[in-house]
Structure formats: C-alpha cells, structure tokens
Design a protein around this ligand. Sequence first.
Ligand SMILES: NC(=O)c1ccc[n+]([C@@H]2O[C@H](COP(=O)([O-])OP(=O)(O)OC[C@H]3O[C@@H](n4cnc5c(N)ncnc54)[C@H](OP(=O)(O)O)[C@@H]3O)[C@@H](O)[C@H]2O)c1
Length: 320
Amino acid sequence: MAGAVKGRVCVTGAGGFVGSWMVKLLLSKDYTVHGTVRDPGDEKYNHLNKLEKASDNLKLFKADLLDYNSLLAAITGCDGVFHVASPVPSSNVPNPEVELIEPTVKGTLNVLRACCEANIKRVVIVSSGAAVIMNPKWPKGQVKDETCWSDKDYCKETNNWYYFSKTEAESVAWEFAKKNGLDLIVVCPTLILGPLLQSSINASSLVLVKLLKEGHEKVENKVWTMVDVRDVAEALLVVYEKSEAEGRYICTAHMIMTQDSVETLKRIYPTYNYPKGFTEGNEGDELSSEKLQKLGWNCKAVEETLVDSVESYKQAGILK
Ligand SMILES: NC(=O)c1ccc[n+]([C@@H]2O[C@H](COP(=O)([O-])OP(=O)(O)OC[C@H]3O[C@@H](n4cnc5c(N)ncnc54)[C@H](OP(=O)(O)O)[C@@H]3O)[C@@H](O)[C@H]2O)c1
C-alpha cells in the first residue's frame, strides 16, 4: 500500500445500514469523512448529522452512482475511499439491468475512475458473499475461501440478479484496479444483521424483522451465515489501515439455523409473533474468514447481534 494515513476519506452510500456504521466508526477514530447520499435534504439522513464529531468532521455530498462528476466532487481531496453504495433489494426487481446491474457495475467503475483522477491512495469496496458462494463447481463439503467466485452464467440462468450484479461489479473492479495501478481491497460480507442507525429498515434487517412479526405457520429452517454490521465496519477499517492487507476478504461470523435464532430470541422476548413451525432447509455454505482474522479482526457473539438488533427495532418503532 502506498501508505494511507488517518485523514480524509469518502464513504459512498453513507446513509445506508452499513454506510452509517462506517461513518460513525471513522468519526470516532478522528477521520474527516465525505459521505455521499442521493438527497442530502432528506430527513432520513438526520442520524448522520447527530453522530459524535459529525458537526466538525462530516460533510455530506449529493452523489449518484451513475453521475461521475458528483462522485468526483465527493472523492476529490480524500486519501481513501470506502465504496459501500449499491442497490440491495428485498425482493425480485422487475428490471434488473436498470435497477441493479447498471448502478452496481457502472457505479463501481465510476467510483474507481474518480479514485484514479483524485489520486486516492487506497480504495475499499464492499462486495458480498453473493460474489463468492454461487459456484456449483466448488467441491461439495469444502469450505469456501477467497479463491471461490460465484459463477456469473449460473447466477443469470437462475435469475439471481443481485448475485450477478455483485459478482460482475467485483470482477470489473479487479480488472480496472490492475490496469490502472489502483490499490484496491475488497470485503465480502455475508448476511449483515445488527442495530440500525438509520430510521428506515434495510433489506437484510427485514429478514429478522419478518421472523419476529409475521407468525407464519411454517418457515424454512435455513442456515444464516451472518455477521454483525459493527464488525463489518471494523473489517473495512482494518483492511484500510493495515498496510499488509491485499486482495479480497470474506467477512462472516456465525452459521446459525433460523430455528435456533428463533429459540434464542424467544427466551429473551417471548411475546413476538414467531413462526409456529419449520420445514427442513438447506445446509448453507461454509465460508472462512480466516484471512480477515489474521489481520486482527474479531466478531461479536451471535446473541449480542440478535438482541441489539431487536432493541434497535424497538427504539425505531419497527417493533413494539
Ligand atoms: N446487508 C447485507 O446483508 C449485505 C451483505 C453483503 C454485502 N452487502 C453490501 O453492503 C453494501 C451496503 O448495503 P446495506 O445493507 O447497507 O444496504 P442499504 O442500507 O440499502 O444501503 C445501500 C446504500 O446504497 C445507496 N445507493 C443505492 N443506489 C444508489 C445509486 N444509484 N447512487 C448512489 N447511492 C445509491 C443507498 O443510497 P440512498 O441512501 O440514497 O438510498 C444506500 O445508502 C452494499 O454494497 C451491499 O451490496 C450488504
């Protein structure tokens, strides 16, 4: 790494679930932060301005991933960039090309082009476990590590457009970085849960909220390969700050069955409208975060993530 020092950094998608925690962490470590949001006047970003040290060290920029100049304005003057923004839908989208693929892939390239133009020292991109796991050719039973890539054709054939968008964006990012000598690190988190800072619910948190609210007769007892949002922010900072960091990093903490999550929560919050029964679900993909752990990254206990999530939904009025 050319030597990113504490200083000024840009976070794209600063108002989202992960982006907000990233901004909070960076401010707490005395970074000056340029945060991009699509509509700075919207009250959904009020939480950002209330963060400790925000009044002195946070500046919000209006930027869209498809508007190169808006990104360049936010990135100029920074030492490093955390590219967090991309659409994360909670259900199938009618037009994946426009709603997902274009902002994710072209948006990533726009961010990287702006990083080159602004002489950014290190860029950290939030990719996803979605760019790792969807690989039918991976040997059955073998733990998936950073060498495993989702198969883009398979994602397309199976209409997994979010998986496709993240895989394509990450692969074009690596191509671009190599060609242009950009210091790029990629973090691939699995399902992210944990407390919300923003007032509206995001797609991954909805997975847990639904389990507490909808009272279905039966739900599939799937494996959740999950990680706490606060630990994701820590991972992004670790790979930014450690000069020896390189390549991609899987960021995951726990494999827990849906039924076990429900049992854990029921003991603490007995009255929510939990599913009444379970059907047998898939075995899930075993992923390794060993590479990230070797950089000194640690993760919270699963109960802490679940309980802090529920407490934050209560505080936001999403749950009683
Ligand atoms: N949550 C998970 O389980 C999970 C797991 C693995 C990876 N990830 C990755 O983590 C990142 C953050 O996700 P999240 O869970 O924090 O989702 P989120 O809360 O929905 O945040 C997504 C952010 O992307 C921004 N965005 C979307 N389209 C944009 C566009 N065209 N131009 C500018 N900004 C745009 C949104 O901005 P606005 O505020 O303007 O709407 C929002 O801030 C994403 O890259 C996602 O793929 C998430």
